[in-house]
Design a protein around this ligand. Structure first.
Ligand SMILES: [Zn+2]
Length: 432
């Protein structure tokens, strides 16, 4: 039995640590504070740019940059192992392994979007209590889909509510609510799609329980109806049509948070184009066994080339990027999510860094993309009181980078260390 009181006292008595000569990207979008110092005590940031206390332990970070840990507001845990997707992959060991991998890549929190198996509730609770290492787990627990349609049970998504009537939908939300899902996830588009009366009932019932609803969405027409029904989060990009200004303004007015998941579309076709990162250890070290061989095999590439869906994916990504630009400039709150872990090709840890690069390609500055990945996503998780930015009073949880991410967002991949609550917890995925 771990003595928690003892740990609390030990943390309190830890001598202060000072990071000296460090350059800080604080996650708020503010410009880089260069060559300053940060005082950490008890796992918390005490001050930035203040005089160094006498007797403090110092760590010289000359030439290095720190940024907050990333929060992935749309991921999946436990479903993938090797090149497979299956409910039987969902074990405590596999989930813990994936939380650890996220943390090695500087991802400090992940919202698993509605694809848990029953054991996942306990893992979520342990993770949130700080009892297991790795990224902190948030969860929609069991999502809401459509009978015989999304999400496909054959891909491991077996523990899903699939209400056929309004009465069932209400009963199912009432059953789920006591497990305290961080959000409720609904899969709306598909063949057939979820009926409007069903998702309207789910949203109204969730709101009665004080729970927000995140929607798997693709089409603008669905997004409009979901907004009217009171949805709180678009968990994917709208990517069948370009959004008009009036709807962008409606999203702002309704305070709907938008998670673009651009990397999902990119990773659907990019392996066929030999991307520059394909052989980088930063990518390869994130992969499950067999995935590299799969995505570089001639048959996989041939399937991408010959599949008409590949061109549709390319066009979907172009529209998604255009929509991100429109929504960002309209003032919509953008959070980072990737759908990593739903499929082996959506690579946990790597995808979150690729997502920031794609946001910049869509027109955000590197500091704006980093804010979406850190402070905005932490705010979506309602964790912004402790995490999401580097400011006095918040947890001393950050990534140490060898290069400046404000000049090239791909420099977020130059991870030299990951710290959580004042302790170095990882050398990063490539390490020394
Ligand atoms: Zn998903």
């Amino acid at each position: 039995m771990i003595n928690l009181a003892f740990i609390a006292v030990a943390l309190f008595q830890q001598p202060a640590v000072v990071l000296k000569n460090v350059s800080i990207v604080d996650g708020t979008g503010a410009s880089v504070r260069r060559n300053t110092n940060m005082v950490i005590s008890g796992g918390v940031i005490k001050s930035i740019g203040q005089p160094v206390p006498a007797g403090a332990h110092t760590v010289d970070l000359s030439g290095k940059f720190i940024m907050p840990l990333i929060s992935n507001a749309h991921g999946h845990l436990g479903n993938v192992r090797d090149t497979t997707m299956a409910a039987s992959n969902y074990t405590p060991a596999n989930v813990r392994h994936q939380l650890q991998r996220y943390q090695d890549y500087g991802v400090g929190a992940v919202l698993s979007m509605g694809t848990e198996q029953p054991v996942g509730v306990k893992i979520r609770d342990s993770s949130r209590a700080g009892l297991i290492p790795g990224a902190t787990m948030y969860s929609a627990i069991y999502g809401f889909g459509v009978p015989g349609a999304l999400p496909p049970a054959s891909m491991g998504f077996s523990h899903i509510y699939r209400p056929e009537t309004v009465e069932d939908a209400i009963k199912d939300v009432d059953e789920l609510a006591p497990l305290k899902p961080d959000v409720i996830k609904i899969w709306v588009d598909g063949n057939p799609s979820m009926k409007e009366e069903i998702y309207t009932a789910i949203i109204a019932t969730a709101h009665r329980h004080g729970i927000r609803v995140a929607a798997h969405v693709y089409r603008l027409a669905d997004a409009r109806k979901l907004a009217t029904a009171g949805v709180d989060i678009f968990a994917h990009s709208i990517r069948d049509s370009v959004i008009d200004q009036a709807f962008a303004e409606e999203i702002v007015r309704r305070k709907i948070v938008y998670i673009p998941t651009l990397s999902l579309d990119d990773l659907a076709f990019i392996y066929g184009e030999d991307p520059e990162w394909l052989n980088a250890p930063f990518f390869r070290n994130a992969l499950e066994p067999g995935v590299y061989e799969m995505v570089t095999s001639p048959s996989y590439k041939e399937r991408l080339t010959n599949n008409p869906a590949t061109d549709r994916e390319r066009s979907a990504l172009r529209i998604a990027m255009k929509n991100l630009q429109i929504l960002y400039h309209a003032g919509v709150m953008i959070a980072l999510g990737t759908d990593s872990g739903a499929m082996p090709i959506r690579v946990q840890g790597f995808a979150e860094h690729l997502e920031m690069e794609l946001m910049v390609e869509a027109g955000l500055t590197p500091l704006e993309a980093i804010r979406a990945a850190t402070l905005n996503s932490a705010t979506l998780l309602r964790a912004e009181g402790r995490t999401g930015s580097l400011e006095p009073g918040k947890d001393a949880s950050f990534i140490v980078l060898g290069k400046d991410p404000s000049v090239d967002v791909r420099h977020t991949r130059e991870i030299q260390a990951v710290w959580a609550k004042g302790q170095k917890v990882s050398k990063g995925p490539v390490g020394e």
